[in-house]
Design a protein around this ligand. Structure first.
Ligand code: IPM
Ligand code: MN
Length: 369
């Protein structure tokens, strides 16, 4: 059996607690002989900063480059508010994304039937929701230069961030979105702000031309990002795949996450380009939620997004889609049995902590084994 090199980077806050549940699932898969892993673990974010003065060490970067897949918990927290900007916890995550060329961020938002009432929208609007946000992850305003604050002669200051996209970046993320749409409901909404941004004008132009040349069979609609946000909360089930830039994708995916009941439910995959010779691509999997310092260390966090991220790693990096399906089914089963962490709790349900949800999911895996 192939041995998969998996690097675990729990990071900060609830990242550590939810990763502990992933370790239990990984161990279970190993002992059942369903998959075989070589596991390494390292620090990222504030934890790495406390250890070595940088949000990720060179050694961890080397391990990340050598891994078949990386699982990351979360980074950040008020403890590191005062650290220099370049060394803040988030910089560790951004460096991983940039240096490993993880340009394609897939953020599926699926509403489990058992959770339709936990959504802030009405059940009929979200029940059966299955949207995939494809977010460009290595360009745009996150990385554009200049990125500065300068002092002006009159005592004022000026801050500059730069939104920059080159056509190849737009083209490759558009292809990812169209390819994925073909495996789903064959429809893509491309979202930008061409009414006020030149990068939006280019985005729209490139997406249209990729579509016309190679994907005429896929339905394509262009929608301004603000209008897309509005439609996401008005009638989210109209969407299949949404492709958008780094910043709009960050915002729209938080909206989509909340439709599913809780931010604690959403996994994500960040993929690099496919290497032609090996057929491999670098990949990092992480929950969409953050480090949630307010509930960290209290065993309150929902581990479902983190466990779902392991599922995505099995599916997209290791060719183990069937086992990923079993993990998804085990999560759905635990929810159907009424187990709930605080973020998704409702009347009549069984409130459990992080560990308790891990127990419930493992019990479901055992049951259907
Ligand atoms: C996310 C997060 C990150 C982002 C932060 C932690 C840098 O919000 O993955 O959505 O803005 O991309
Ligand atoms: Mn975000």
């Amino acid at each position: 059996m192939a041995v998969h090199k998996l690097l675990l980077l729990p990071g900060d806050g609830i990242g550590v607690e939810v990763m502990a549940q992933v370790k239990r699932v990984v161990k279970w898969l190993d002992t059942q002989g369903l998959a075989s892993f070589a596991i390494e673990e390292d620090l990222v974010g504030g934890a790495a900063y406390d250890d070595c003065g940088a949000p990720i060490s060179e050694e961890a970067m080397t391990r990340a480059a050598e891994a078949d897949a990386i699982l990351l918990g979360a980074v950040g927290g008020p403890k590191w508010d005062g650290v220099p900007y370049a060394l803040r916890p988030e910089a560790g995550l951004l460096r991983l994304r940039k240096d490993l060329h993880l340009f394609a961020n897939l953020r599926p938002a699926i509403c489990y039937p058992a959770l339709a009432d936990a959504s802030s929208l009405k059940r009929e609007l979200v029940e059966g929701l299955d949207v995939l946000i494809v977010r460009e992850l290595t360009g745009g305003v996150y990385f554009g230069e200049p990125k500065t604050i300068t002092n002006l002669s009159d005592g004022q200051k000026r801050a500059v961030d730069t939104q920059v996209y080159e056509s190849y970046e737009i083209e490759r993320i558009a292809r990812v979105a169209f390819d994925l749409a073909r495996t789903r409901r064959n429809s893509v909404v491309s979202s930008e702000k061409h009414n006020v941004m030149m990068s939006g004008v280019l985005w729209k132009e490139v997406v249209s031309s990729v579509h016309g040349a190679d994907y005429p069979d896929v339905q394509l609609r262009h929608q301004l990002a603000d209008s897309c946000a509005m439609q996401l909360v008005r009638a989210p089930k109209q969407f299949d795949v949404i492709v958008t830039d780094n910043l709009f994708g960050d915002i729209l995916s938080d909206v989509a996450a909340m439709l599913t009941g809780s931010l604690g439910m959403l996994p994500s995959a960040s993929l690099g380009p496919m290497e032609e010779v090996s057929g491999k691509r670098s990949a990092l999997y992480e929950p969409v939620h953050g480090a949630a310092p307010d509930i960290a260390g209290k065993e309150l966090a929902n581990p479902i997004a983190m466990i779902g991220s392991l599922g995505m790693a099995l599916r997209y990096s290791f060719g183990l889609g069937e086992i990923a399906d079993r993990i998804d089914a085990a999560v759905a089963g635990a929810l159907a049995k009424g187990y709930r962490t605080g973020d998704i709790n409702a009347e009549g349900m069984t409130l459990v902590g992080t560990q308790g949800m891990g127990d419930a999911i493992l019990a479901e895996l055992e049951r259907v084994n």
